[in-house]
Design a protein around this ligand. Sequence first.
Ligand SMILES: C[S@@+](CC[C@H](N)C(=O)[O-])C[C@H]1O[C@@H](n2cnc3c(N)ncnc32)[C@H](O)[C@@H]1O
Length: 222
Amino acid sequence: MKDIEIRLTSDGSKTLYLPSLDETYHSNHGAIQEAKHVFIEHGLKHVHEFGMEKIRIFEMGFGTGLNALLTAQWAMENQQHMEYIGIELHPVDKEIWQQMDYVQSSEDVALYERIMSCEWESTQEINAFFKLKKIAQDVTQVALSDRVDLIYFDAFGPRAQIEMWDLPVLQKMHELLNDGGIFVTYCAQGQMKRHLKSLGFEITSLPGPPGKREMTRAKKLM
Ligand SMILES: C[S@@+](CC[C@H](N)C(=O)[O-])C[C@H]1O[C@@H](n2cnc3c(N)ncnc32)[C@H](O)[C@@H]1O
């Protein structure tokens, strides 16, 4: 993508800004802080408590790969096997992701490189605990088959991309989840929560990351 800018957020980590949508990829209050709070603390750790041998995760909006990176690090630290599927309509160019500087140690830099450079459309073994399949497709068009235990729903906000938060996409996410599976997002929009409820989710509103009052976690009822 040509029209994209790298911006610094308040916790010192970088994000991307798309002038065409007037939208950033993460919270301006802190990209890493937000990703850890929403997806790791309130998504992954919650599902880990279920005690599954392997956790299957789907990410809507792979973007810079930050959520995949944090999840892969967590998988190693906690010796938790995971399969991660990330969908992204506009893969971020190498010259851009190489400037994100999300990690410093040579080991973590190598991990991020593997995540970002590995082949698309097929499952790749990133390390002993983390397998990754990146799909370069449009979530509104693609047929998704293999079910997952956890969805990181990291689309651009409703103001920029309302179709992501509307019933057809949310229904697709519902169908993709195993019974009892978890959908987690930074978003707290009332209409989205009503849609999720109508699809058969149980909604939990949780405190949001800095700069945001609430976020949403939803469980697919059996
Ligand atoms: C909020 S950003 C995701 C941030 C990302 N998780 C990260 O950590 O960098 C939303 C992402 O959704 C992608 N996207 C937008 N429309 C899409 C679609 N129809 N299908 C798949 N991905 C889409 C955008 O290109 C963007 O990368």
